[in-house]
Write a protein that binds this ligand. Structure first.
Ligand code: ATP
Ligand code: GAR
Ligand code: MG
Length: 385
């Protein structure tokens, strides 16, 4: 049995803990607030700010884990290198977690070191630097804090007049102590997709069928699997995912995000060194193993005999409307329809737009995903009224 320290205890961590508990492992779930989703299913929990390096050191010393599994980006990731040196397994690796929590590190690796096509970009620390960056990139452009996730602090800027608000939003939406932005070329993509990629301790890198998704305000709203793309686009995406994950090192499941242009060009966007929110669609039995089961197996060095598509499926998010307390959930409408699952994350506090659950609809593997997407979105809207 291994002792696993989970750093971040949201909905993605909760499903990982369930996979680990089903295999008899011991899990300590950590987050900055009590009653977080993964804490409800773990053996123990610990509440502290994971951005506080000393608090993180103290938690690691207290629990003496075999394996450390980061679940969010807001972690003092430099400390992970020490834990790795001390013999603990960091998932997928301290290097991967450290690089992906800062847009600068991962973007420079992809664009400069690996020579991959990404949106053109500049960094800026001050408003004047940002103005110059936007002038070079051109309008529209996308402004994001170097450190943020789920679209926090991100804006689309259409003209010089919108720059100031974008700069202020990025500074406010930024996490951690890095106050800097990236200004990116706006990619007028036809669609975007996630390629769940599994790197193993032993054995080849594996890929799940692509997942199509739609984002609003930089945050995921719906996803579906399989997402049909041309054989050339799939080969290009797999090649890129293989190269980036190899450069970042380590074993685990990754969510590699791509844009697909109207001309069929595959452009690397970013990646998570952990299960991806759009990959929650796999909870609807799209593949034989969910992204969480795959992550668990890869982390433990257990065999993955194959990844197969068993159903076509769609996911749609359930967002809170109110402020404070917990919403009243209605499961009856969604569960009245066949081939439907609802997952409520059990977050103890709502605020408008917070993701509280997900609805999953699925059908035969060769089913058209459009009606499944419509059904998932229609039912998701009934869960919180
Ligand atoms: N250069 C771009 N051009 C067009 N759209 C973009 C660009 N960059 C980001 N987006 C849109 O914003 C979404 C979120 O961007 P990104 O993944 O970089 O942010 P994030 O905050 O890291 O999100 P998450 O942590 O949820 O993955 C993308 O999925 C895409 O829809
Ligand atoms: N795109 C990253 C992502 O989806 N992360 C997931 O959301 C949780 C935070 O939710 P909260 O903001 O509602 O606390 C994280 O803990 C993780 O499970
Ligand atoms: Mg993203």
């Amino acid at each position: 049995m291994k002792k696993i320290l989970l750093l971040g205890s949201g909905e993605l961590g909760r499903e990982f803990v369930i996979a680990a508990k089903r295999a008899g492992q011991y899990v300590v779930a950590c987050d900055r607030y009590a009653g977080a989703p993964a804490m409800q299913v773990a053996d123990e929990c610990d509440v502290f700010s994971m951005l506080d390096g000393d608090a993180l050191d103290a938690a690691v010393a207290r629990h003496k884990p075999d394996i450390i599994v980061p679940e969010i980006e807001a972690i003092r990731t430099e400390r992970l290198f020490d834990y790795e040196r001390q013999g603990m397994q960091v998932v997928p690796s301290a290097r991967a977690v450290n690089y992906t929590m800062n847009r600068r590190a991962i973007r420079d690796l992809a664009a400069k070191e690996l020579g991959l096509r990404t949106a053109r970009y500049h960094y800026a620390k001050t408003f004047d630097e940002m103005k110059a960056a936007a002038a070079d990139i051109g309008f529209p452009c996308v402004v994001k804090p170097l450190m943020s996730s789920s679209g926090h602090g991100q804006s689309y800027v259409h003209s010089e007049a919108e720059l100031e608000k974008a700069f202020n939003d990025a500074m406010e939406g930024s996490r951690g102590d890095v106050k800097e932005v990236i200004v990116e070329e706006f990619i007028d993509f036809d669609s975007e997709f996630t390629l769940l990629t599994v790197t193993q301790k032993e054995g080849p890198t594996l890929f799940c069928p692509p997942i199509g998704h739609v984002q609003k305000g930089g945050d995921y709203r719906e996803s579906w699997q399989p997402y049909s793309i041309s054989a050339e686009a799939l080969a290009a995406a797999q090649h890129i995912a293989g190269r980036v994950t190899e450069a970042l090192t380590g074993a685990g499941l990754w969510g590699v995000e791509f844009f697909l242009t109207k001309q069929g060009e595959v452009i690397f966007s970013e990646l998570s060194p952990r299960p991806h929110d759009t990959g929650m669609v796999t909870l609807g039995h799209t593949t034989n193993l969910s992204e969480f089961e795959l992550h668990f197996r890869a982390v433990m060095g257990l065999p993955i005999a194959g990844i197969h598509l068993e159903h076509a499926g769609a996911s749609a998010v359930v967002l809170a409307k109110g402020e404070g307390g917990v919403p009243e959930y209605n499961l009856v409408d969604a569960l009245s329809e066949d081939y439907t699952r609802v997952r409520i994350f059990g977050k103890p506090e709502q605020h408008p737009g917070r993701r509280m659950g997900v609805v999953l609809c699925y059908g035969p593997a060769d089913a058209d995903t459009t009606p499944l997407r419509d059904k998932a979105k229609r039912l998701a809207a009934t869960v919180i009224r």
